[in-house]
Design a protein around this ligand. Structure first.
Ligand code: DGJ
Length: 309
């Protein structure tokens, strides 16, 4: 699988799982992401600026044992084709789906960025399933804690508490909002970090007493330099450090943007989207290994291929 290019599933079809995440359940990895397999359309933001989008199709699910051969499992969450008022109606925008397993309720909970076509909602959506394969039942979309929420991810802390990380304050700030015990809502507690740093596309992991966050700058679909931030306490004062990427086109994050960090066999890997704003369905993917130095720095070297594990 060539990093930066569109990848294919075990049936030979293009993998439609953009802005996604990979989780492991049992001995199987599941990759969820935006199905953008439709026509790219141009809509206008509230500001009047143009933005490319694809009608919501749903959230795809793929399964794999080796992180290389991906079997299409269908749409884990399907767009609502009938009710124009539904936040997941085809006419809306659904981005960055993240799935988390709740051990207490034995349910899989999906969070995503729920939007109007002009990006004026700035909300999150929640859907729940008994099986990793879905079907996920859509519960609601809302603006969490009355704070605008665009790019986001979900992170489970070591004590089992989960948090929604979301760009807020018109993308100027990153908010960390605690979830309820069943992970299906925010519980009202949140902190704002990285104030005025204008980061989006957050992806996180924890290793040996340190939390790490890789994020991008805010330049729409265009690539920019990633930065990593560290903090010894999840809700503490996060510090931006530097661009972790190394190699040709490191300043452009190899023309990609962070979507998620997953762990496999004790190592951490960064998932990137290589957006094609003129043809979003053909946006490519990369999976790159993350190296952690003794002084808590991250290095993400470019690799031409992803070969799985
Ligand atoms: C950058 C975000 O990271 C993407 O998820 C998407 O919202 C685009 N902006 C839209 O321009």
């Amino acid at each position: 699988m060539k990093n930066g290019q569109i990848w294919y599933d075990t049936d030979g079809n293009d993998i439609q799982a953009h802005g996604g995440c990979i989780i492991k359940h049992g001995d199987t990895y599941y990759w969820y992401g935006e199905h953008k397999g439709g026509e790219t359309k141009v809509t206008h933001l509230v500001s009047g600026a143009e933005v490319a989008r694809v009608d919501v199709i749903g959230v795809s699910c793929y399964s794999s044992k080796n992180l290389r051969d991906w079997k299409y499992e269908g749409l884990a969450l399907e767009a609502d084709k009938d009710n124009e008022n539904s936040p997941i109606h085809t006419s809306k925008v659904l981005e960055r789906p993240k799935v988390i397993y709740n051990e207490k309720t034995n349910k899989f909970v999906m969070w995503f960025h729920a939007e109007r076509p002009d990006y004026s909602l700035a909300g999150v959506g929640v859907a729940v399933s008994d099986s990793p394969l879905g079907p996920f039942e859509f519960k609601f979309a809302k603006v969490p804690n009355k704070q605008d929420s665009r790019d986001m991810t979900i992170f489970k802390d070591n004590d089992g508490t989960a948090y929604l990380f979301h760009s807020a304050n018109r993308n100027k700030t990153m908010n960390i909002a605690r979830l309820t015990e069943d992970y299906t809502d925010v519980d009202g507690f949140y902190v704002s970090v990285l104030e005025d740093q204008e980061r989006e596309a957050p992806a996180l992991f924890y290793k040996d007493g340190m939390y790490y966050m890789i994020s991008s700058g805010c330049t729409g679909w265009a690539p920019n330099a990633a930065l990593f931030a560290i903090c010894p306490h999840l809700l503490g004062k996060w510090k931006l450090i530097d661009n972790p990427c190394e190699g040709k086109f490191a300043r452009q994050t190899f023309f990609g943007q962070s979507s998620y960090i997953f762990e496999a066999e004790g190592k951490f890997y960064l998932m990137l989207d290589h957006w094609k704003p003129d043809d979003l369905r053909n946006s490519g993917y990369s999976i790159l290994p993350i190296e952690i130095t003794d002084d808590n720095c991250l290095i993400v070297p470019w690799q031409e291929e992803w070969q799985g594990i």
